[in-house]
Write a protein that binds this ligand. Structure first.
Ligand SMILES: [Zn+2]
Length: 211
């Protein structure tokens, strides 16, 4: 996930927190969720192997408690991120553009994680999308969900080549980080909205669930 805002706001965010796709993959925003997930999987494995019914119940109960903690933690992070994005959009009179993947890919990704750890992260992103939509409506902010290109050159439209997450256009030579390509497309596509509705002077583009 990536948030793009105006220059000044970007600098402020560099000092504060920046959301990247790595975080969406659970490497930094959800480290505690990942740890919780590992502990739950471990308890469940031990419960399945446990022959003694009383001890098995105890292990299952501990796993259940950790599961509700995991649920609450994801919910809290989602609520905080949604509020932060809405606040940014409000401060910058920005339109919010969400890059969503189609339902089939979403389900496949959700089921691909080791021991289902990704399921919870994708659930969290799904909740974030719903939360943002609701909040944007409430605060009267422009909100759009679209599929944005990550491998098509935003300058000339040619297919780009990737090397270590850096995209390069063989036709015009344009190059940028893979995470930035959908944002450039969001700007390009929503430039018209911004011109037609001068009330929205900038764009908060959030790419959710891009590969
Ligand atoms: Zn190009």
């Amino acid at each position: 996930m990536l948030v793009q805002v105006g220059e000044e706001e970007r600098r402020r965010r560099e000092r504060a927190s920046v959301h990247t796709e790595e975080e969406a993959e659970g490497k930094t925003v959800f480290p505690s969720v990942r740890r919780l997930h590992e502990r739950i999987s471990d308890l469940e494995r031990r419960a399945a192997r446990e022959a003694d019914p009383a001890r098995r119940m105890l292990l299952e109960e501990r796993a259940r408690r950790l599961k509700s903690r995991r649920f609450r933690r994801i919910r809290d992070v989602v609520a905080r991120v949604a509020e932060e994005i809405i606040e940014l959009a409000g401060q910058n009179n920005a339109a919010i553009v969400i890059d969503v993947m189609d339902g089939k890919t979403y389900i496949a990704r959700k089921q691909s994680g080791e021991g289902g750890v990704k399921k919870h992260l994708y659930d969290g992103l799904g909740q974030l999308r719903k939360g943002l939509k609701k909040l944007a409506k409430w605060y009267g902010l422009q909100y759009r969900e679209v599929r944005l290109y990550s491998a098509i050159c935003p300058r000339c439209g040619a297919k780009m080549e990737e090397e270590k997450r850096i995209m390069r256009c063989p036709a015009c030579g344009f190059s940028d980080h893979r995470d930035n390509i959908p944002l450039l497309w969001a700007k390009r596509r929503y430039w018209e909205i911004l011109r037609k509705q001068p009330a929205f002077s900038s764009l908060v583009a959030i790419t959710l669930l891009t590969s």
